[in-house]
Each structure stands twice: as C-alpha cells, then as structure tokens.
Design a protein around this ligand. Structure first.
Ligand code: ARG
Length: 477
C-alpha cells in the first residue's frame, strides 16, 4: 500500500512537472515554477492582445515562407494556417480563452495553436524569436494606424479649408502676446492651422517609411542558420524593405519614438487651436459659439456652457508628451540588443494612437459646428489701434523714414489714449497736427478691412492672397 501510494505520489509529481513544462514554452531549463507575482509583473497580455491580427498575419506569412523553403511541408503549413485562421475567428468573436499566465499575445496564440492542431503547431516558431516577432507585429500595427491617422488629418485639413472658403470675408483682430496686433482674415487664421496640420501629415508620411521595414528573419538577434527567404515574407506582408542588420532590427524602436513625436506635435497644434476656441468662446472675447453637442454644463451653475472637449484635447496633449518622454527614456540606456525594457514601448504607443485618433476625430466634428460671430469679430478688429502700423506705413509711402514714422504714430496713439479715442475716430486735422504729409487718403486706411486688403505680400492676409491659397489647396497644390 505504501509502495502504491509512493508510486502515485511520484506519478502525480511527474504530471505536475509535465504540466509546468507544457505551460511555458521556455520551461526546458527551469526547475521551479514562475512566481505568480513575477508572472503578473512581466505579463503584457493585458494590453498587447490588441496586436493579435498582426501577430496572426505575421505567423501566416512566416509559415508560408517556411513551406516554400522546404523547412516545413506544404501540408504542415496548410494545417498551421488553418489553425491560425480558426484562432483569428475566435479572437475576433471574443470567444478566445486567454490564460492570464501567458506572458504575452505571442505566447498565447502559439499555445492555443498547439492545443488546437497538435505537434505541427510546434513548428511555427522555427527560425523565429519573439524578438523579431514583436517588432514585426508592432510595425504592422503602427503602419495601419498611421494610415488611419493620415486619413483623419486629411479630413481635418479639408474641413479647415472649407471653413476658410466659407468665411473668406470675415475680418478679425490678429494677436501677438495675446494683445491686439493687426487685423487679419479669419480665413487666414484658419489656414495657419491648415499649414500646421499639413506639416504633421508630412511628418507622419515620412515616419511611415521607417515603420515600413520588415524585421522578421532577424530571429533573437543574430539571424538564423535555417534557410529563410526574408524577401518572400516581406512580399507577403507588403513591406517594400527588409531590415539590414538583425541586431538593430530586434532592438530598434526609433519608429515608435518618431511616431509619438509626430503625434505630439499634432496634439500641440490641436491644443493651440483649442486654446483659442476656449478663449474665443468666453464672454470676454465672444468670437465663437461652440455647438451644445460639444460642450458641457455645470452641476451647480445653471448658466454655464463649458468648452470641455477643447479643454480635454489641450489636457490630453500633456499625456502624449509624457508618452514621448517615456519611450525616449526607455531607449536611452539599453545595452544591445533586445531587453525586456522594450516591452514598455507598447502602453505609451497604444495610448498615443488611441488619443490622437479620438482627438482628431472629435476636433474635426467640432470645427464643423462652430459658429463664428462675425459682427463681434469685425467690431473688435477696428478697436485697440489695430491699424497703427498701417498709419506708419502710410507715412513711409510719403517718404518718412520708418523709425520716424513709428515715433509719430506712437505719439498719435498716446494722444488718442488721452483723448479716449479710437484711431478710426481721429480727424485729418488732428493727424496733420503730427505731420504735414497726412492727406485725405489716409482716413480709409484706418479701417480694418482696408488694412487687411493691403497685406498683399505672398503669404499675407489680403483676401486675394488667401483666396489664392485656398485654390492651391483645393487643387492639391
Ligand atoms: N512581450 C515581449 C515584448 O513586448 C515580447 C518579446 C519577448 N522577448 C523576450 N526575449 N522575452 O517585448
């Protein structure tokens, strides 16, 4: 009896050992089970499961390449691809049962494949490491997301250009130091943001070129002795280029940092636009009315209508900058080549992608429904000596050196302030008291609309220049 019992105990211990070994693909050299706390500390499954479509696509390409090279048989590749397809459907429908003790999505899928198709599934990881696998997945994911963001930014630009065209006649005060400076067209203001978003688009396109490089075949760090055809896998996955150095390929996350930087500037531009909208929607400015659908109320003050959407875009920008610093800091001290630190690339990246997509989408919708309060903008454009520079330029036209003209107009402004007058209220007689060259033709120059119409330098705010730019934009330049 004792003997039988001992035998049973031994068998159950062996089973335990076997279970343990089958649980961790790398279990071979380990004698003890992973500490539960270590399991949860090292796991990325909670967030990297979103990579599953790319992981599956990469594995299908890898399996097909292995078959083409005779490393697995065509039948085995069929079986693997069929198994991956079935897992894809499970994952898609939400029926896939994740085992929280799996380290990451790559392990979870491989384990499920082996459970589904048996021994053949164990051939998938031939000539591959999770190091090149995760780099591949991330590139496939980011390439797709970048394309989506590019489409969203294009839509935002289109919206801005359409609004500029619609509001082409509206004159408003332009600011420097948040002090009234010179009158400008609202359309010119809107197109300033068009230019910023255009640069963002260009930066993302440029960054996409470096995302679009295939690392698969680099294996752990050195490449592999198995006869892989990397070009073929790249072709299947539609990569125009393959990485040229396996050590670089498994440790390179430049494309993540670059993307987050491009996203940070895009957020900065949206944040600046939102900041203006927040100011302009205040009673103090009164330049715009943001649609009710894009504002919220107060739980205590019944009169309030708050520009929370704009504020949150501004606020979330801070978090994206944080993500940029996070990835740059992860990268700065890494010894070659892959280190587990690199797993920390994902949360900042995913958060950035999600936030940028949400922010661009909602800003585009919000812009669509902003009402620009033209009478108030135009009235304010006339006030606060916004045409003082035009007055100085008038004197220059009459032969007065600019520095002298600047001094004369400065004194006129001081005079108006004392007399509690706006520039537009001043008479020719008063002006002539400051300089004899002032003639009747100076008076229309003190109007905001005339000031704007005279800014004809290329890139200036004159209506014909702005209309020209709108035409260029419409024609795709
Ligand atoms: N989850 C890992 C990551 O995101 C996958 C690569 C793991 N590689 C390794 N050698 N442990 O980086």
């Amino acid at each position: 009896m004792t003997k039988i019992r001992g035998h049973l105990v031994r068998i159950s211990m062996e089973m335990k050992g076997n279970n343990f070994k089958s649980k961790k693909p790398w279990g071979g050299r380990f004698k003890q089970e992973t500490d539960r706390r270590v399991e949860s500390f090292t796991s990325s499954l909670a967030y990297d499961r979103r990579l599953y479509p790319y992981d599956l696509a990469g594995s299908v390409a890898h399996a097909r390449m292995l078959a083409r090279q005779g490393i697995v048989s065509p039948g085995e590749a069929e079986e693997i691809c069929g198994g991956l397809q079935a897992l894809g459907e499970e994952l898609e429908s939400g029926n896939f049962r994740f085992d929280e003790s799996d380290e990451d999505i790559h392990m979870a899928i491989e384990k499920a494949l082996i459970a589904r198709i048996g021994k053949t599934g164990e051939k998938l990881h031939t000539g591959r490491s999770r190091n090149d696998q995760v780099a591949l997945d991330l590139r496939l994911y980011l390439r797709e997301q970048t394309d989506l963001i590019l489409r969203l930014v294009a839509a935002l630009k289109k919206r801005l250009a359409a609004t500029a065209k619609k509001e082409i006649e509206v004159v408003m005060p332009g600011y420097t130091h948040l002090q009234k400076a010179q009158p400008v067209l609202l359309a010119h203001y809107l197109l300033a943001f068009w230019e910023m978003f255009d640069r963002d688009e260009e930066r993302l396109r440029d960054c996409r070129k470096r995302i679009d490089v295939m690392p698969l075949g680099s294996a752990a760090l050195a490449g592999t002795s198995l006869p892989l055809d990397r070009e073929y896998a790249a072709e299947l996955l539609q990569f125009p280029r393959i990485s040229r150095n396996s050590m670089d390929a498994v440790s390179d996350r430049d494309f993540v940092a670059e993307f987050i930087f491009a996203a940070s500037l895009l957020m900065a531009h949206m944040s600046r636009f939102c900041e203006d909208l927040i100011l302009w929607s205040s009673r103090e400015f009164g330049y715009v009315e943001i649609s009710d659908a894009f504002t919220t109320g107060s739980s205590i003050m019944p009169q309030k209508k708050n520009p929370d959407v704009a504020e949150l875009i501004r606020g979330k920008t801070g978090r994206i900058y944080g993500n940029l610093i996070a990835i740059l800091t992860v990268l700065k001290g890494l010894p070659m080549t892959y280190n587990r630190d690199l797993q920390e690339d994902k949360e900042p990246l995913f958060d950035t992608v999600d936030t940028v997509i949400a922010a661009v989408t909602i800003l585009t919708e919000m812009i669509d429904r902003i009402v620009y309060l033209r009478p108030r903008m135009e009235a304010e454009a006339e006030l606060g000596f916004t045409t003082a520079t035009d007055l100085a330029e008038y004197l220059v036209e009459k032969g007065v050196p600019f520095r002298e003209a600047h001094g004369i107009v400065g004194r006129i402004v001081a005079y108006c302030l004392d007399a509690r007058k706006e520039l537009a209220m001043i008479t020719l007689k008063e002006l002539r008291g400051f300089h004899s060259v002032f003639a009747r033709d100076v008076l229309p120059r003190l109007k905001a609309a005339s000031s704007v119409s005279m800014k004809t330098t290329s890139g200036g705010t004159a209506p014909e220049r702005v209309a020209e730019r709108i035409r260029e934009i419409e024609q795709g330049e």
